[in-house]
Each structure stands twice: as C-alpha cells, then as structure tokens.
Design a protein around this ligand. Structure first.
Ligand code: ZN
Length: 390
C-alpha cells in the first residue's frame, strides 16, 4: 500500500508541476513595461558633457534659478580706460610704423595691453584740423585700419559693442576694444551718419573737440552759446541707439545743454577737477555733481597741464584730484581716461600704459585696495551696467 501511495504522490507532483509551468509567461525584453523607478544599476549616458552624480535627484527649478549675468562677479579686467588717441597717432603721425601690435612710438600697443588680464580700452577716432573737410571719409578709413589691425591679432583682442561683449571677451582672457569718435565733425552735419558709425561699431561720441562744429562749441572759444539744434538731435538719437554721450571738450554752456537733453548716464571720458587745477578742460564741482546724478562717470586725464600748475605733475598731484572727487561724493564715478597717445607729456612715474600697474599700487597705498580697484576698473564696470542694464 505504501508503495502505491508514494507512486500516486509522485504522479500528483509531476502533474501539478506541469500545470504551474504553463502559467509562467516568457519574458520578452521588448514587451517589458517601463518601470516608474529606474533601476539603480542603469547609468544614463552623460548629456552634453554634464556629469550628473549617481543617485542625485534632478534639482528642481526653484533650487537653481537661471544664472543672471548681471549678478555674477565681473571678471578681473586689469584696468578699464576711457580714452586713448592711439589709432590717430599710429595712422596719421607715424608713417614709419603703423602697427598697433608692437610700436615703441605709442603709449599703447596690443602687445603691452596683453600684459593685463583682460583690459577694456576705449580707442578714440580723433582728427587733426587738416582732415576736417574729409572728416567722414577719414574717420571711416581709421575704422577700417583699426578693424584690420584687430583682425590680424584676433587671438588677443576683439572689438566690443556692449556689456555682454565685454563680459564674453574678458571671459576668453582677451582685450576688449571699444570705438569712440572724438569730435562730431565726422558726422558732417547728417544724422544718418550717426547711424552709419553706430553700424560700423562706434559706441561712444564726444560731441566736439576744442573747436566749434555742427553740433556745438568746444572749450577753446569764449562763446556763451551751448549746443546747436543738430547737437540736441544727435544726443536724442544716441540715446535711442545706445551710443554713450561723452561731454569732455564741450564748453560749459554746451555741457548743461547736453546734461539737460540726455536721458541716459553719460561720461566725461578724459577730464579732471577744476577746483584742483583751474583749466578750462577740467570739470567744475557742479558739473561733477551733475555727472554723478546722471549715473555717469569721469575718466582721469594724465596730461600734466590738466593736473597741476607749472606744467609738471607727480603722483601726489594725481592723488589730489581723486581726493577732491571723493570728497564731492563722486568716489563711485571716477576711473581713468588717461589720454595716452594724445598727450605730449605724462606725470612723473607714468611712462606708458604699463604704468597703470604702478598706479594701481600707488592708489592702494594712498587710499585702500577697494578704492584702487574701483578707480582702476570697478566704477567703469558699474557704469556700463547702469548704461546697458538700467
Ligand atoms: Zn581729447
């Protein structure tokens, strides 16, 4: 009986096992439904080179706001300077060597600029009187000359058109060059020529040089008159285009007309304090205060006759101007507009653009490192932010 019972049980087990086998579905990889939680052993491929740490959940948008370039710390430029006549000096005054890369005839060349981190240099297009009758054409030729020089050395320098460009170029460790026109003669009285130069990359315009022109009256005349109707029209169009107004060289009446017309922060690219050195190229206290109120900026000029009496100047004389600006409440609105390659002499200890390194150390000792940084570059960077980003 026991034997029969065992045989019966064994048969029962085989039958049951066979039935169970019928209900086990084969696993077909292509029909496996996706699981809602990824297997921890599956590593997703990296996306665009961005490595996501394993098992780190994707951050929610609330936790990672879109980076705002305006709130990011600025790159270290080394320096920002608002005025140099390097282009005019190389092209119009030195036929023997017109290179902007390596040129001992100049205060500034690209080779020396490349010794700073990522400097921002505003290059002026200035014309001697002899070229006034061909001002539009000559200014265009100067732009073409500069574009060619920059193109030859595009690995170290680029023309910047706005703050975004400045940030990008500095991020690449290169020199930013900004084009300005010094003297509205270049417009030859036509508003469409302003748009023309904007389209060619010019981003700053000084309305006059020392003389009278179609826009207004420079400081070399004794005229009580200020800007002419064309000068007013030009400022209005500049504000629309986003072309920075430069009031250096304007006479006082013209300055106030410009101040009352402009709706955007503006600059005195290369002017000093009249209270320290009473020269008609320098700014009176009420003008300095008006520039500050506009959100504007003043670039300090290295020409000794604008700095101190008797034609010479030393570092203490330079410092006296900065002290005065700071006392007036313009400490956040001053930088450099050295006027390199536009001046026939410099203060003791200043030889060329590389002297700005010495000057930075001097200002750190004379004031403090924060003030020195602001004068060297920080204030100009903040000015560009106010101008371009409001
Ligand atoms: Zn000038």
């Amino acid at each position: 009986m026991k034997k029969l019972l065992y045989i019966f049980l064994l048969l029962l087990i085989f039958v049951l096992a066979g039935c169970v086998g019928e209900y086990i579905e084969p696993i077909n990889p292509e029909t496996v439904p996706p699981t809602t939680t990824p297997s921890p052993t599956v590593t997703p491929p990296p996306t665009e080179g961005i490595q996501t740490p394993e098992k780190t959940p994707d951050p929610t948008p609330e936790l990672t706001p879109t980076p705002d370039p305006a709130s990011e710390p600025p790159p270290d430029f080394g320096y920002i300077d608002a005025h140099a006549d390097t282009i005019s000096r190389a092209l119009l005054y030195n036929p023997a060597n017109q290179s902007l890369y390596d040129n001992d005839f100049l205060h500034i060349d690209f080779k020396r600029l490349s010794q700073f981190d990522a400097p921002v240099q505003i290059f002026a297009l200035w014309l001697p009187d002899a070229y006034v009758t061909t001002a539009f054409e000559t200014t265009n030729n100067m732009i073409t000359f500069f574009e060619n020089e920059v193109e030859k050395h595009s690995d170290i320098i680029e023309i910047a058109h706005d703050l975004e460009d400045i940030r990008r170029i500095a991020g690449e460790g290169k020199i930013s060059a900004i084009l300005s026109i010094e003297g509205g003669e270049a417009l030859e009285g036509k508003i469409e020529n302003l748009d023309h130069f904007y389209n060619r990359g010019v981003r700053i315009l000084g309305l006059t040089w020392n003389n009278e022109n179609e826009l207004g009256i420079g400081i070399s005349t004794n005229s009580p008159n200020g800007l002419k109707p064309f000068g007013i029209e030009v400022i209005q169009r500049m504000d629309e285009l986003g072309m920075i107004l430069d009031i250096s060289h304007l006479n006082e009446a013209g300055f106030w007309d410009a101040h009352n017309t402009s709706t955007r922060p503006y600059m005195a690219s290369h002017s000093n304090a009249h209270a320290v050195m009473p020269h008609n190229r320098n700014l009176k206290d009420e003008q300095i205060i008006a520039i500050v109120e506009s959100g504007g900026i003043i670039g300090f000029n290295m020409f000794p006759p604008f700095i101190a009496q008797n034609g010479g100047a030393d570092m203490d004389d330079v410092s006296a101007h900065f002290r005065h600006f700071i006392q007036l409440g313009a400490g956040n609105h001053i930088g450099f507009g050295c006027d390199f390659d536009g001046i026939s002499s410099t203060p003791e200890g200043i030889v060329d653009v590389l002297s700005l390194k010495t000057l930075e150390d001097f200002l750190s000792e004379e004031f403090d490192t924060e003030t020195s940084f602001k004068i060297m570059q920080g204030n100009f960077y903040e000015f560009f932010k106010r101008y371009y980003e409001g």
